[in-house]
Design a binder for this molecule. Sequence first.
Ligand code: GTP
Ligand code: SPV
Ligand code: MN
Length: 615
Amino acid sequence: MTTLADAPTRTSLADVSAAARTGVHAWVAAVAELTEPDAVVWCDGSDDERRALIAQMVGTGTLLPLDPTLRPGSYLARSDPDDVARVESRTFICSQDQSDAGPTNNWREPGAMRTELDEVLVGSMRGRTMYVVPFSMGPVGGPLSQIGVQVTDSPYVVVSMGVMTRVGTAVRELVEAGAPFVPAVHSLGMPLVDGATDVPWPCSTTKYIAHFPETREIWSFGSGYGGNALLGKKCFALRIASVMGRDEGWLAEHMLLIRLTAPTGRRYHVAAAFPSACGKTNLAMLRPTLPGWRVETIGDDIAWLRPGPDGTLRAINPEAGFFGVAPGTGEATNPAAIETLSHDTIFTNVALTPEGDVWWEGLTDEAPAHLTDWTGRPWTPDSPTPAAHPNSRFTVAAAQCPTIADGWDDPEGVALDAIVFGGRRATNVPLVAQAESWEHGVFMGATISSERTAAAEGLVGELRRDPFAMMPFCGYDMADHWEHWLEVGAALEHKPLVFQVNWFRKDESGQFIWPGFGENSRVLAWVVDQVDRSRGLRTDVGAVTSPVGLLPAPGALDTDGLDLSVDALAALFEVDRDSWALEADLTQEFFATFGDRVPPALHSRLAHLRAALDD
Ligand code: GTP
Ligand code: SPV
Ligand code: MN
């Protein structure tokens, strides 16, 4: 007689987690036992592999080839209409101790989450191929780089990971030789049973984006889209890496990275954190309107910052591609992006023209007369809905960008001269302000709030706190993150200057006051002029004090040739004391949600703000 105790036990999710600690092959085998794919394929990131996967996806309707003369090597993917953005409500941080996840993350007890995931993952890859994707965040073997291995049953994810990260046998050899790696499991959650035909965009209505910070594991179920599924990006390079950084003395941030060259020939490196869909890609590829200035792109979404042996804060872009917002990207706003996208690009959820090219709102001033919208339906300019989804995106190699900086992928990174925080604020926040100190800069980062965009589910336009633009991406307690920033800064001999910007202030008629885009070079020029002044390279007066930080002194911000009235300029810098007093009250309430974990230095900065407003 067989009893329950004798019954062969199946591989559980906990077994998979345990196997990850014994090596990559044991882990891959255990994932396969749990999810039961038809085949397991190791990926080498080669062109042949990419071509074969693309041909396969064209066959299943996942990818539509665009016209090869208009858009060579490029494809359109249409996602399931319910799988178009990150799902923050289904994103979990499963730390042992709830307080380590902090009040801004969804916490689940790790054992309970393993049990829940186990139930959905059993057999979830039946009828599909499981791909094993060894990838490096940062140049392979670099001192600031980290390795991950993603298993996925989505060929779209494999091809996208090949663009966004460094995939290949060099990484595979490192993990096979025992290098530590972040194990990342991704399943679409739609097994193909009994010879059923596939759909172009398989996914599940149940979704989990789960992170286990102590064991550095990522488990993603049910979505094939962006940050939910390309696990090197937000899951690894931000949520897991932020925890690694906390433990090891570095920072993983939601920041673009640029090199700015002034007419003097001096070069500066600037990192900037803005919330999702608030202008990072655009600033990263900015074409300066100020004569003699040059901006080169190093990264557009994520930066890893680490104190260097020379006392500077060094930064790398851990990614290898851009997963950028399509709407609003046009020749007038971002010509470098337009050129980048001219070939070998995967577009997701944009509109299709009758000629077999792509279109989205903002690509041209006038919409084409006939399009196929992102859902596959006929569209005309009279249609009540946008042709492209507001969070439609392009996936493209960074190396294709005409403004990519020489040495952008230097494994040693670049030394930062300035750090910028920003958000989307119709009122209150000035065009630019400089922090009086590192502590003040951390306060600026900690108090960012921004109007919600389409990059994640939720009500667009609603004002929400987004400290360090990391609210959805910090893998540990946000207030601990602020403390970590204070500690990292305190130890730096050469601290970057810190600034806050806001391109999105509006007038009474609801129009943006500041022209933005290329004109943002004027603000960047003031930023690095201030860097020069802090180093004694300039002696003219650059700034005046205000309750919210240092503002450009009269004439210090170059507005020559701008169609901007004196009143409009004043409105961009107006600091309304009543609104700021309210802002301070809201900040106090926000800080209170973190209990006693808020660093005292931030409470002092808040008191300082109140005192300055009362003056
Ligand atoms: P994620 O990839 O989601 O992290 O977004 P991002 O921060 O890279 O934002 P992106 O540069 O893609 O810009 C998002 C939207 O903001 C686009 O529609 C842009 O056209 C718009 N935008 C960017 N810069 C400016 C600016 O200076 N002024 C105005 N008015 N809009 C801007
Ligand atoms: C963001 O939402 O900040 C993005 C897009 O950059 S995603 O990769 O989906 O997170
Ligand atoms: Mn982003």
